[in-house]
Design a protein around this ligand. Sequence first.
Ligand SMILES: [Zn+2]
Length: 380
Amino acid sequence: MHYYCNVCGKKYLINELVWRCSCSNFLILKTKGVLKKDDIINERYSLWRYEKALPVKLDDSTVTLQEGFTPLAKVNWKGIQNYFKVDYLMPSGSFKDRGTVLLINYLKNLGVKKIVEDSSGNAGASVAAYSAASGIECDIFVPESTSRGKLVQIRLYGAKINLVQGSRDQVAQTAIEKSKKEEDVFYASHNWHPMFIEGTKTMAFEIWEQLGFDIPDNIVAPVGGGSSILGLYRGFEELLQAGEISRIPKLFGIQAENCSPLYSMFNKANKEFIASPTVAEGIALQKPIKASAIIENIKASQGDVEIVTEKEIVDALTHAASIGYYIEPTTAAALAGLSRLYSFGKISEKETTVTILTGNGLKASDKIDGIVDSFKDSIH
Ligand SMILES: [Zn+2]
């Protein structure tokens, strides 16, 4: 197994500590799908039940917080039967734990003692949690505007928080510079490192297993850096290679209209994309590193990229809470997108649709309080 670059073709051994290619492109870990129904280890109620498909193995030294195997709930969303993949019920409160557990164990096995990561908050909290459990020292760089709940979480796990002014992309640049300056510090970026997708692909395995070894017609997820969409595609692609399924579900990535570079790329918009602030902080990336791969995956699945307004996000957030799902605004963007997809006829009521609930509302209560107040006149 090795990492390779699809721009210059360079290969790297899997035990090399690299986070990108020498040509500056991102690296890919190309795995071949091997997981069969009978390979599932039923007594493990975590993503480790799919160990056969994972590049990191579970043994006595593996750090795990029993992540994964989250509920797939049957939900009536505004009169239509749907499924929610309740991935906010993870150890650190977001789906990022799937990727983090793979990345941190991989780095720990290579002897890494100190890491730097940048995040809009959820990945930072997740990396801080698994670093704490692994005894790895970590520095997390986040935008100044990050929800307080996420900052408290990161601090309590024992990581050092670095608040950075400016855009999400400037936060990443600051973290990269810091990792270059210090010796023996690895830039453990969830957006760059190929090992992260190896963990998020387990979402696809769980949906397949929980639907009785079947696949849905559509999957809807918020998309920013792409760790959910890329993971879902990879997981279903592996099941296809293993002969367990016959097609990949349509993948729909939802962006906030205020920050929608992938929507512009997908629709080949000619005018230059301009970002403005959005309540969906988890997907507010102006320059997603893996944009080309995300677009490629969505197109290959015959899915689409949709955008939603701030008001639609707040409306979806409020409605989700009214039926018992307390989610963060980034996750609400996916549900706002779900409503749009139905109203535009892009998905049908007769089809099976799963929406990924990526992040817990408790992490963003301070912001939720503020935004719901500011939109209250328009919500019924
Ligand atoms: Zn390269």
